[in-house]
Design a protein around this ligand. Structure first.
Ligand code: 2AM
Length: 176
């Protein structure tokens, strides 16, 4: 069997936005709130693929390459916590239709290619903290960032020297 890679499709955030979010996080969450995700690792997952062989990766990227969908604007204006998975996240009060369509398509392609997909509905989010405290004080509403999304990215999740690193493998342009 060929070597397996842990893969997922996601939206990349511009570096400037990653830095802004990290600064905002530092002022709105205490250091004890949880384990902060590194700035370069802040992203929005569209479809998690799991451990994938080179052959299956090729099939998945062929399918993803056929997606023809316009870009969209992502607004980040919501924060929340999932106590079961112990994460705090940033999200959208009204996720754009283009985002939901893209994720649905990628998740359907993944399922048809044999990648197990969670039965939970897709909740677009950017994980900010892991291993969170049980009762976090969440930032008050009023914050908002906007970001134009023109592509999506296939990432490999690797652990290097004890640190998780998400390596972009392939980029897929959305229509202008
Ligand atoms: P999370 O941030 O909510 O944990 C790389 O691990 C990315 O894939 C992360 O965005 C992570 O989401 C997501 N991910 C990891 N395991 C997953 C799973 N079993 N189902 C769905 N998404 C998963």
């Amino acid at each position: 069997m060929s070597h397996l890679n842990r893969l997922f499709f996601a939206l990349e955030l511009p570096k400037t936005l990653q830095q802004e979010i990290v600064r905002w996080r530092a002022t709105h969450f205490s250091p004890e709130a949880g384990k902060p995700v590194a700035a370069a690792n802040l992203h929005m997952t569209l479809a998690f693929l799991g451990e994938v062989s080179a052959e299956k990766q090729q099939a998945l990227t062929d399918l993803a390459g056929r997606i023809s969908q316009p870009g969209f604007t992502l607004r980040l204006d919501d924060a929340g916590q999932w106590p079961r998975s112990r994460v705090a996240f940033l999200g959208s009060r009204q996720p754009p239709r283009g985002l939901l369509q893209l994720a649905a398509l990628l998740r359907a392609q993944a399922a048809r290619s044999g990648c197990w997909q969670s039965p939970q509905p897709f909740h677009p989010h950017i994980t900010l903290l892991r291993q969170t405290d049980s009762a976090l004080r969440l930032p008050a509403p009023g914050f908002s960032w906007e970001c134009r999304i023109t592509e999506f990215v296939l990432y490999a999740s690797r652990v290097e020297q004890g640190r998780t690193r998400y390596q972009p493998l392939q980029r897929f342009a959305l229509k202008k």
